[in-house]
Write a protein that binds this ligand. Structure first.
Ligand code: ZN
Length: 257
């Protein structure tokens, strides 16, 4: 997928989500009701015990069936369902999609489309920027975004990296390794380390189950590769959010003034 293809796929998915909201008279985030949207879309929702799978959709031109992992609830459940619905609205094919692991960050054309659709359906851009602009960026804000829009914390963070006003990077680490990052275009240091975590705070969590609370200053090389673009003396503001259930940490990085 080239950059232009990705932009086209995302724009198309956004249009589809916006149209679905308009057709269902959703004018504010409070009007949104996933059950109504599913009924309108001829989708039947089922819950199932699933091993290592979060959601699935079997698309048909009569009734499509969405199945969600019964262990998931709240905003993450809502995000999974919206993502599956995204496959129905953005795929031309009558087929089954199965979503597991960090499906919300997979970058194939089909998953990019479904994720962009879900983000726009749950967090329409103008409501998102209205809600977040002027507020201090930290995990308290990210949790209030997840509550306000009834979506997952990770999807709120990814949305912020792409549409929030403060340059930021969000990084998910699992079992001591970096799994994905979402970085603002205007974040000065785009060159993040892309495999093992060097952050002391994050490694203390994986090795000693010690958590840090709040923001702290860290040296840039904890997260940024040292190469010709690296500025000596770079300082970042790091905040971590721990998710023991998923053996994961999300790190928020901001640039120090
Ligand atoms: Zn998917």
């Amino acid at each position: 997928m080239t950059t232009n293809e990705r932009i086209e796929i995302e724009a198309n998915a956004m249009r589809k989500a916006t149209k679905l909201l308009t057709d269902n008279f959703v004018k504010t985030p409070e009007d949104f009701n996933i059950e109504n949207i599913l009924a309108y879309s001829n989708c039947l929702l089922m819950e199932e015990e699933m091993n290592n799978t979060e959601g699935r959709i079997t698309i048909s031109n009569s009734i499509s069936i969405i199945t969600v992992n019964k262990m998931r609830n709240g905003g993450f459940r809502n995000y999974i369902i919206s993502h599956e619905l995204g496959h129905k609205y953005t795929s031309e094919l009558m087929r089954t999609f199965v979503d597991a692991g960090q499906f919300y960050r997979k970058n194939t054309a089909e998953e990019t489309a479904a994720n962009q659709f879900a983000a726009e359906l749950l967090m329409p851009k103008h409501f998102f920027t209205e809600f977040t602009n002027g507020k201090e960026l930290n995990f308290e804000l990210m949790n209030s975004v997840a509550n306000k829009f009834n979506t997952s914390l990770t999807s709120s963070c990814i949305r912020y990296a792409h549409h929030g006003e403060v340059p930021s990077a969000f990084i998910l680490s699992q079992d001591g390794a970096i799994k994905w990052s979402a970085i603002s275009d205007d974040f000065e240091n785009q060159n993040l380390i892309n495999n093992m975590v060097k952050s002391q705070a994050v490694n203390n969590y994986f090795n000693f189950n010690v958590q840090t609370i709040g923001e702290r200053e860290v040296v840039g090389s904890d997260w940024i590769r040292i190469d010709k673009n690296y500025k000596n003396g770079t300082v970042l503001i790091e905040e971590n959010f721990y998710m023991p259930k998923y053996k994961s940490v999300i790190t928020l990085l901001k640039e120090a003034d």
